[in-house]
Design a protein around this ligand. Structure first.
Ligand SMILES: O=P(O)(O)OC[C@H]1O[C@H](OP(=O)(O)OP(=O)(O)O)[C@H](O)[C@@H]1O
Ligand SMILES: O=c1cc[nH]c(=O)[nH]1
Length: 181
């Protein structure tokens, strides 16, 4: 892969997440009834940062849960692009009934990972709402899914790849765009 540009550095990632924390509080009229759900891998540290930022603003710790989505290849499928994100069995410690769930991931692309995560959340309870927060929306949706909170919109071609690196998972902090050769 050939790196084309850095889209967000550490400071820009921090500013985007601070803005999203404020937007979540404004849209939901405060922190009551919120539950954050991070999608593995990098949605989880992003969710933890949003939890900390909201705590800094409101002095309230919002419950945080995780869902783990993996690519599942149907036995009947032969092409690699027939892999479908599937959720691992989850047991959420928080009762989601009547809660406003904020689902959080690093990159939104086809929307298939988010769909699988929503399945897991709906299996675990009956939230009042599910809202979606992503650091990067790169377009190319294959499902009717949109984000409510977006760090940065990056129009991309199909041959490009967005790589998010975070201190917690990668010991480095950057969002870069690559050409997939
Ligand atoms: O909208 P989609 O087309 O589903 O793509 C978005 C997903 O792809 C990436 O996950 P990846 O499968 O690379 O797993 P990882 O986050 O654990 O590295 C990214 O972190 C999103 O979860
Ligand atoms: O470009 C992409 C597409 C999906 N997921 C990523 O992390 N990057």
């Amino acid at each position: 892969m050939n790196k084309k540009a850095t889209l967000l550095d550490q400071a820009a990632i921090g500013r985007a997440l601070t803005r999203i924390a404020h937007e979540i509080l404004e849209r939901n009229k405060g922190p009551e009834d919120l539950v954050l759900v991070g999608i593995q891998t990098r949605g989880v540290p992003i969710a933890k940062r949003l939890q900390q930022k909201i705590e800094g603003i409101e002095q309230v710790t919002i419950p945080l849960e995780e869902v783990d989505i993996t690519l599942y290849r149907d036995d009947l499928a032969h092409a690699s692009d027939n892999q479908e994100p599937m959720v691992q069995p989850v047991k959420l410690g928080t009762d989601l009934t009547n809660k406003n769930v904020i689902l959080i991931d690093d990159v939104l692309y086809t929307g298939r990972t988010v769909r699988a995560a929503m399945d897991a959340i709906m299996d675990a309870g009956r939230p009042a709402q599910i809202q979606l927060a992503v650091l990067i929306d790169r377009g190319h949706r294959e499902l009717p899914i949109r984000a409510d909170y977006i760090g940065k919109n990056i129009p991309t071609s199909q041959s490009e790849v967005i790589v998010v690196e975070l201190e917690e998972t990668d010991d480095y902090e950057s969002v870069d765009i690559y050409e997939n050769e």
